[in-house]
Design a protein around this ligand. Sequence first.
Ligand code: PDD
Length: 289
Amino acid sequence: MNSKDIVYVNGSFVPRAEARISVEDRGFVFGDGVYEVLRVVNGRPFAARFHNDRLKRSLEGVRISLAAGDSPESLTEIARQLLRENGLLEGEATMYMQITRGVATRAHNFPTPDVSPTIYISVARFAPYSDLARNGAPVITHPDLRWGRCDLKTLNLLPNVLASQTAKERGAFEAMLIRDGVVTEGTKTNFFGVVDGSLRTHPSDTHILPGITRSVLRDLARQVNIDLDETPILSDEIPRLSELFLTGTTTDVMPVVRLDDKPVGKGKPGELTKRLQKVLADSLASGGD
Ligand code: PDD
């Protein structure tokens, strides 16, 4: 936590402890909302344009309209102001933005007449997972029990929460989710693996979140002549994985060296993984887009 800890709620900048949201907020009652998490390096949000586009898509996907004058861009601007207010213009930080459908007496259908969406934005100091990045992380496999629109970044995260907790209880960093014999993604990350020499990841469809780190890395891989095949890894192919890694805003490229208590490949970070880790780290350090 930062010393001042000022957050933004519905038009006001307030100390976190004084921030208030109604118990009838649909985010609280139904998980009826969307969110974004951005990485900030020395005051610059990384790949902000991509996050803004994804937020727009998520809002449209769940049919929440921002008030006139608000936009993903204006919310990012508010988050920048929070960085200044909280003294986070240097070093690593994250921005969190959440928009819910607003406050209304409980009813599943949308409120009539319309209510204003609730907007909550906060920033925090961030410490990258340096040890796991260097040595690799243990991961478990877990059934993907989520709904059919995983491409929208919604607050409905219960299957992710439960799988993540199972991973933690088994001493793992993340759960790699499997739906119908196909590796989809993690609870908060996307997965990439090397099978028979080719780098593969799940295509961008309704079964995964289109990760910003995933798409930045895809472009960076192309620039350094690494082919990426967007064909999902099948659970039957798991024993043939020579490398495995996960990506995300808060995880960067993180090697996975153990899966369900068995070594992946040689049981240490693979060469391709390390190359991609470096190109992403360089991009982050230089401010990305
Ligand atoms: N999670 N898949 C899921 C299900 C995610 O929740 C996330 C991000 C990702 C990676 O996306 P990106 O590269 O844009 O961070 C993939 C955020 C960080 C979170 O929920 O905290």
